[in-house]
Design a protein around this ligand. Sequence first.
Ligand SMILES: Cc1cc2nc3c(=O)[nH]c(=O)nc-3n(C[C@H](O)[C@H](O)[C@H](O)COP(=O)(O)O)c2cc1C
Length: 267
Amino acid sequence: MKTIIYYFTGTGNSLAAAKKIAAVLGDCELVPIASLEDTQGAIVPAADRVGIVCPVYFSGLPLMVASFAGRLDPAAAKYVFAVITHGGGGESAALRQLDGILRQRQGRGLDAGFGIAMPGNYILMYESPEGKKQEEILAKADEVIDDITGFLTRCGKRELPSALIPRVLHAVLYPWFTSHIHTDDKKFTVSDKCTACGTCVAICPANNIEMIEGKPVWKHHCELCCGCIHLCPVQAIQAGAGTEKRMRYRHPEITVLELKGKLEEKA
Ligand SMILES: Cc1cc2nc3c(=O)[nH]c(=O)nc-3n(C[C@H](O)[C@H](O)[C@H](O)COP(=O)(O)O)c2cc1C
């Protein structure tokens, strides 16, 4: 059974989950949602099983994923699923948002949706867990991924989770956060430590960074994935004083090369 998984990732959690699911499902193509940004029109996957894997942002979908979902036409697929990675909650609201977009635009929603707790990466607000704590979260996440893949292998259907607090946060905070997310990169600065290596430019899923005179310049269509801050090899990128002391995070099994969009392996 042919599967296509579309994924969006900033620091590798969602890509790691997508890769693990793909490896078990077999005959599975992984497609970065970012790679479809410069295409137009409906996205019609040639697959029986279609998956979307992405992080939750402010109890909702990353804007690029919401816009992708509006173009996705999985009507020919036998099974459609979504997996939302998160740092503590809100995945139920993101799943319902995704289901709502698909139903409204294509008349066909999700057959199943899942959440996976992984290390939180919103460095503008907090520090990602590290050391033993991080290992424990990732080990638990692997167990959840095993359960999910068992379910996906047999194309199991289930009702989407629903929780009151994420629903309220989605209704109240998500519209506010997303109204200025593209220009939140105005907070980003680069220090003299920058070596102009171009990592930030290459990993940015929104193609939002340009190297001008040897320094990154943000172009105000940011998705706020925080990848540039986390992946800068010399920690030259900050977003205010808060990020200066916070450790950087990348999923330990995902390489910077993969995040640069060089993922070539197919499961
Ligand atoms: C802008 C932003 C908003 C976030 N909002 C939430 C949230 O509402 N709830 C939550 O549990 N985690 C939140 N997170 C954490 C991510 O969802 C989580 O770390 C995710 O696994 C990151 O996936 P990635 O490594 O594939 O980018 C947020 C992260 C960012 C960057």
